[in-house]
Every structure is written in C-alpha cells, then in structure tokens.
Design a protein around this ligand. Structure first.
Ligand SMILES: Cc1cc2nc3c(=O)[nH]c(=O)nc-3n(C[C@H](O)[C@H](O)[C@H](O)COP(=O)(O)OP(=O)(O)OC[C@H]3O[C@@H](n4cnc5c(N)ncnc54)[C@H](O)[C@@H]3O)c2cc1C
Length: 474
C-alpha cells in the first residue's frame, strides 16, 4: 500500500521538492507493479484516512512498514497500529548508538567516524587508516579558483509527460523553480546519477568541498542526498562504488576519504542522534534567538547582500544549495542575526529537496546554529565576511565590504561576527575552541562601535530597514 496524502501536495513547500516526492512515489508504484506485485495506491486527505480505507478494503491481519525516520511519523504510525521494521537504509544500530552516548553530554563526530571506519573496515589497513591519516581536511579547503574553475556537467534526465503534467499542476500554488530534471525520480535515475558522480564529480570533490560560486550552483558536489534519503540508493552501494573508484585510481584519497566521512560519519551520526533525542531537543534555543525567518528568505527573492542573494537564488532555482552555502551563509547569517533556530529548521526542511525532520534537526539546531548549546557540535560555526571572500566569489560587486566592521558599507556578517562574540562572551566563555576569538573580540579597540552598529547590520541580514537606516535616509 502507498498513500499519497493531500497534505503532501498542498503543504507550502518548494515546488521541486514536492514534485520529486510525488514523481518518485508514482514511479515506484509503477515499477513494483511491473514486477507482478499488487499495489494499493491511495489518494487520501491524511495517512490515517488512507490506512483506514486500506484496512476496510483488504482486512489485512497486520500492516508492516520500515521504521519512519522522523519522531512525528513514528508516533503517528505506531499510534495507528502499524508494525515497524528496522530502517534498512542505515549502517548503524540505533540501540548500540544510544548506549554509546548514554550518560555523556557530548560525543564527537570524529570519534564516531573513526569507530565507523574500524567497524565497517572502510579505508583501513589493519587498525590503521589507509594512507596513514584519518582525514584530509587540510587538502580539502581550496578556495574557488580565480578564473571560476571548471566544473563537471550536472546530471539530469528530461521529464516524461506525466512528470511534466505534475510540475505544471504545482505551478502557482508552490514557490520555487522547476528543477525536477536535475533530481532522480527512479531507481534507474539514481544508479545513473551515482555512476556519473563516481566518474565525473567525485575526483574533484575533496579539494573544492568548501568553495562556492555565484556562477555554478553544484560545483563538484555529488548531490546524492536526494537519492539516499528517498531510498533510491543504499549507502552500501555508494560506499562500494567509491572504494572501487579509489582502488582503480579514479578518485584520489582526499576526495574518497572526504566523501566517505559524510556518508558513514555525518549522515549516520545525525540519523542516530535523531533516534536518541526527544521532542525537547526540537525546541532548543540556547542563544535565545527570536527573530522570525525574514520574508525575503521565505520568498527566496532578492537581497541586499550578495552572498544571501546568490544562495537564496540557488535555493529558489534548484531547491538545493551545497553544504557550505547552507552552513556558512544561511545558518551563519541566521545565527548572527538572531533568527529563531526552530523556525529556521522548519523553513529549511520545507524547501530543500533533501530536507527531512531527522536530518535537519542536528544539522540546523546542532551544527548550524548552536541552538542546542553544544550537544552535537563543539562550537558555533560562525564567521565574518572575510571567510566568504576567501572561499567564494560572492563578495565581488557586493554593496558591503567584508573587511569593514563598522560604517555604512560594513559587511553585516563581519560586524555580526564580532558582535556575536561580544554578546555571547558569557554563554560561550567556557568553550575552549572559541576562547582565542572571544579574547580577540574583547580586546578590539572598536568594540563599542561594533556593538553600536550591530542592530543596523542585523536589520540588513533580516532584509528590513532599521530605525537608524530611516534616520540616515531622511
Ligand atoms: C544547515 C544545514 C542543513 C542541512 N540539511 C540537510 C538536509 O535536510 N538533508 C540532508 O540530506 N542533508 C542536509 N545537510 C547536510 C549536507 O549539507 C547535505 O547532505 C549535502 O549538502 C547534500 O549534498 P551532496 O549530496 O552533494 O553531499 P556530499 O557533500 O556529496 O556528501 C555526501 C552525502 O553525505 C551525506 N551528508 C553529508 N553531510 C551530511 C550532514 N551534515 N548530515 C547528514 N548527511 C550528510 C548526504 O547524504 C550526502 O549526499 C544540511 C547541512 C546543514 C549545515
């Protein structure tokens, strides 16, 4: 049985995100039928109604499903008497993970990742990492090349007639562009995208993992998160493919290691955490951030700051931005401007094509905004405009200067970064990873001016004129 709930179609989400889910469900039903199975494909207002209608029509003794990833869905389906099977799309035993974190306040991702490498025997020679190093972060921080770089072609498949009709149907009711062609909807698409990624994208993934460009939305990112999250690819086949490409000399160690760290490290880590955490985590707001998600972000429209303009544009056009754009532009700007992390989490989950409750939570409330007070991430990922100036071409032509902390053309991220350190000195004072920056902020000769101008700079990030702007323009 499959249920297409009206909620899935009507919810105000990115058009491409909704289209991917519906197209993938419909394609899956067709594929399973072609294998000779009976599929009861239902359209219902809610899952509960669809399930009740299925029970009334077929009188099944038992209904089983793979364990949902989100806590809300888990509660819903257990409440509806559905038996849950273990989620087959992860490599970690959630019970064992729960035991390993029980009683601890933190457990570092690096520790978890190394234990995954050992347990799964990935890139290992005995008990030692292949190549003698556990990570190649140093090699993987190249900025965007000055000439803009050369990037692999982006995988795509044209829409068939049914898919085109679906996208057209969503036009007008959903925000965001039509980029369905760039995302896999079938198992064959996913395998083709993986093949393309192994041959063309992964070889240059590592070195430019942290770079970003206004001229190219995908750079050397595999964009496999949709296929993995939808269950069109199993992590094992991705891992095996990468190891084969590495053994064949097609992918260098820095790229292979950097990529596998995401799959067996981060992805498994945030999923396992989601199973351990409870609903209290969802309301985390350790830094007391209460600004709403700005209207200009919600409409994914224009913005005075070039970095936000580019990244919101990528989100609008494709329903996706790569990791650094999510972390160092959206989450960073949100943290510096004091945007409510829970609202940010929900907005991102609704608009990213790979967004889901289980994966957003630790990424947004933990890594992205430090809203959980350091439970998942050892420090807030905040930075001023200089970081973006070094790694991207976003600052070129921007009305604000990344090197200026105060004054009319001060970059709101640069001012925001120093002000953040001054504002949260007490809360973050005991964080040893941030101690040098906190000390530097408190010794700045211009710290009073930075704080005086902080509200005006926050208003620019939030896309609304502040009182002082009004005064200046009068
Ligand atoms: C604020 C924020 C929000 C995010 N929201 C999501 C989300 O809703 N869904 C999602 O799948 N990822 C999310 N991520 C993680 C990561 O940014 C995306 O998985 C990645 O950008 C997808 O592109 P890719 O497939 O090219 O990834 P690659 O960089 O090629 O990585 C390979 C795979 O590893 C997995 N992965 C990598 N990093 C993470 C991570 N931090 N958490 C979980 N899985 C990871 C993904 O499945 C990804 O496909 C978020 C990160 C941040 C900082």
């Amino acid at each position: 049985m499959m249920i297409e709930s009206e909620h899935l179609i009507a919810a105000p989400r990115h058009r491409t995100r909704t289209a991917i889910y519906l197209a993938a469900m419909r394609a899956f039903a067709r594929e399973v039928r072609a294998l000779g199975f009976t599929v009861d494909y239902r359209f219902a207002q809610t899952f509960a109604q669809g399930l009740a209608a299925h029970r009334a029509a077929f009188h099944p003794e038992v209904i089983v499903m793979n364990h949902p990833r989100g806590r809300r869905a888990t509660r819903l389906f257990t409440g509806l008497g559905v038996e849950l099977l273990p989620d087959p799309f992860f490599l970690t035993d959630p019970e064992a993970f729960a035991q390993s974190v029980s009683g601890r306040t933190t457990l570092s991702m690096e520790h978890f990742y190394r234990s995954q490498r050992r347990r799964l025997g990935i890139l290992m020679e005995g008990d030692e990492p292949v190549g003698g190093r556990w990570n190649y972060d140093e090699d993987n921080r190249k900025p965007l090349p000055r000439d803009g770089g050369r990037w692999p072609e982006v995988w795509s498949r044209p829409l068939d007639a049914d898919e085109q009709a679906l996208v057209d149907q969503l036009d007008g009711s959903h925000l965001g562009g039509d980029a369905l062609e760039f995302w896999p909807r079938t198992r064959a698409d996913a395998r083709s995208q993986l093949h393309h990624a192994l041959l063309n994208v992964l070889p240059t993934f590592g070195p430019f993992e942290d770079a970003a460009s206004s001229g190219h939305w995908a750079l050397s990112h595999t964009r496999l998160s949709v296929a993995l999250n939808l269950g069109l690819l199993h992590p094992t086949e991705v891992i095996d493919g990468v190891l084969r490409a590495f053994d064949d000399g097609l992918v260098p160690i820095a790229s292979a290691e950097g990529f596998l760290r995401q799959i067996i490290g981060w992805r498994e880590w945030v999923w396992a955490w989601h199973r351990v955490l409870d609903d209290d985590y969802r309301s985390s707001n350790a830094l007391s951030a209460h600004e709403p998600v700005p209207a200009s972000w919600r409409s994914m429209g224009d913005h005075d700051m070039a970095c936000l303009r580019v990244v919101l544009g990528h989100l609008h056009d494709y329903g996706w931005t790569h990791h650094i754009e999510r972390l160092m532009v959206l989450a960073n700007a949100a943290t510096l401007a004091g945007i409510n992390p829970v609202e940010l989490n929900d907005w991102m989950a609704e608009n990213f094509v790979d967004g889901a409750e289980w994966v957003m939570e630790a990424n947004v409330l933990g890594m992205g905004t430090y809203a959980d007070g350091g439970r998942i991430s050892t420090k807030p990922y905040v930075s001023g405009g200089n970081y973006l100036k070094k790694m991207t071409n976003f600052c070129k032509g921007c009305a604000f200067s990344p090197t200026e902390r105060t004054g009319p053309t001060a970059c709101p991220l640069t001012n925001g970064y120093w002000n953040f350190l001054l504002d949260h000195a007490e809360t973050l004072g005991s964080n040893y990873r941030l101690a040098p920056q906190l000390r530097a902020a408190q010794q700045r000769p211009d710290r009073v001016e930075i704080q005086r101008e902080a509200q005006r700079c926050r208003s620019i990030i939030l896309g609304r004129p502040s009182k002082s702007d009004t005064l200046i323009s009068q």
